[in-house]
Design a protein around this ligand. Structure first.
Ligand code: NAD
Length: 420
């Protein structure tokens, strides 16, 4: 069974991102000019990607790359392959990348890319052709000092290797720093593949403790079992948290005694889905499960005004980008649910992408232990900074985090000045 999103309740991530920006701008006392400058992307391109299918027919695909902000350094952000990818979604995701990079103080602006394609319906050879043509179309915009793509939904380290190779061939020499999330054998960083999930779990354990919940006695539900959700479930279980429900786009499974996560991973490797591992539950049941911790790690707009009143988790840690709408945020706040926002919770990926870029540019690679230690330091320092700021302001973590990030970006604009 494939979960089909209701067109009426479909997420509107760009509206959500702009609402969050508005709240931060108002809190900081900035004027409408600053809001307008930060609400609009700096640059965006839409490209046509003609694909020769394996059967000899031709199909035309559409792709986007949006650079939201470049004031603090080159743009940085993932590339998504999804049948739902739209320009507005990519714009929202690019804006969130700007705040994430600023909040974690990595020297980048924000970007995102998307190609409207369901990668499961194409062969590896077709996906390689799509990736190489998309890379060629956007190549004037990207590069280690311009814009550095990384994996996101539907893309992986192989996609990043093809992008790096295409860009390098066009430039006549190997440019390892043009993408991150590459295979370790090809200039990738140790620890990058699991970095987002490690970061999610560092913050999740800190958030549980902040609510007086001992992780060793806590329960969790995880939505999404891809690059983020899978390792989040694994690391939560390793930390002693009982993972009682997980789901993916095909369905969800639960076991209140705690799922055997390594066995579940083996099941997913063998079948492509969590479905069939144990008792099935509905996707909504997963989001509304009575657990201490909920980790949405799939797509945006899953926690809405419609289901937020029924959410019983005490702590929500956003592995996905934009899973909670502003209306749901307000409902969850009234219910005293702690929501750790995406721009903090899932920043582990961009932190280790930054480490990968630094290593590639210096051609000197760090040990796994060094990467893990530096990642943990940065995540926990950011958690402390955001939770202190939220406490001082008497505002939710998202408002505090967005305000800290927006202030940093606005400061860079002011210091650089307007040209001409
Ligand atoms: P992925 O493609 O590897 O996995 C996505 C997972 O979500 C799959 O298990 C899929 O079956 C499931 N899914 C998709 N639609 C669903 C639906 N409607 N209901 C339930 N499950 C659904 O993608 P990923 O890289 O794990 O990314 C997941 C989220 O995390 C995205 O929001 C992405 O932007 C965000 N994110 C990813 C990274 C990263 O490093 N990969 C970093 C930061 C944030």
């Amino acid at each position: 069974m494939t979960v089909v999103l209701d067109p009426v309740t479909r997420p509107h991530p760009l509206d959500d991102a702009r609402t969050q920006l508005r709240q931060a701008v108002d809190l900081l006392g900035y004027d409408d000019g600053i809001y307008a400058m930060l609400a609009a992307p700096r640059r965006e391109v839409t490209v046509s990607i003609p694909l020769r299918r394996d059967d000899g027919t031709t199909e035309l695909l559409t792709g986007h790359r949006v650079q939201h902000n470049l004031s603090r350094g080159p743009a940085k952000g993932g590339l998504r392959y999804s049948p739902d990818a739209t320009l507005d979604e990519v714009r929202a995701l690019a804006m969130w990348m700007t705040w994430k990079c600023a909040l974690l103080d990595v020297p980048y602006g924000g970007a995102k890319g998307g190609v409207r394609i369901d990668p499961r319906r194409y062969s590896i050879a077709e996906l390689e052709r799509v990736t190489r043509r998309y890379t060629t179309e956007i190549s004037p915009m990207i590069g280690p000092e311009r814009d550095i793509p990384a994996p996101d939904i539907g893309t992986d380290e192989q996609t990043m290797a093809w992008m790096m190779d295409t860009f390098s061939v066009q430039h006549g020499h190997t440019v390892l720093g043009v993408t991150t999330g590459k295979p370790v054998s090809l200039g990738g960083s140790l620890g990058r593949a699991t970095a987002t999930s490690r970061g999610v779990v560092h913050v999740a354990l800190a958030a549980l403790r902040s609510r007086g919940i001992d992780p060793a006695r806590a329960t969790a539900a995880v939505q999404g079992f891809g690059k983020v959700g899978r390792y989040a479930a694994r690391f939560l279980a390793e930390a002693g948290v009982r993972v009682v429900a997980v789901g993916d786009q095909y369905g969800a499974v639960a076991d209140e005694r705690g799922l055997d996560v390594p066995a579940l991973e083996a099941h997913v490797d063998a079948t492509g889905s969590v479905v069939g591992f144990t008792d099935a539950i509905g996707g909504d049941e997963l989001l509304e499960a009575e657990v201490d911790l909920l980790v949405p790690a799939a797509v945006e707009g899953v926690l809405t005004a419609g289901n937020a009143p029924r959410v019983r988790a005490k702590v929500i840690v956003e592995g996905a980008n934009g899973p909670t709408t502003p209306e749901a945020d307000a409902i969850l706040r009234a219910a005293d649910t702690l929501v750790v926002p995406d721009i903090l919770a899932n920043a582990g990926g961009v932190i280790v992408s930054y480490f990968e870029w630094v290593q590639a540019n210096q051609a000197y690679w760090w040990s796994a232990a060094e990467v893990e230690a530096r990642l943990a330091d940065r995540m926990l320092a950011a958690w402390d900074r955001v939770s202190d700021h939220a406490g001082r302001l008497g505002r939710p973590l998202r408002t505090a985090a967005t305000a800290l990030a927006v202030e940093r970006v606005a400061q860079a604009h002011v210091q650089r000045g307007l040209y001409p």
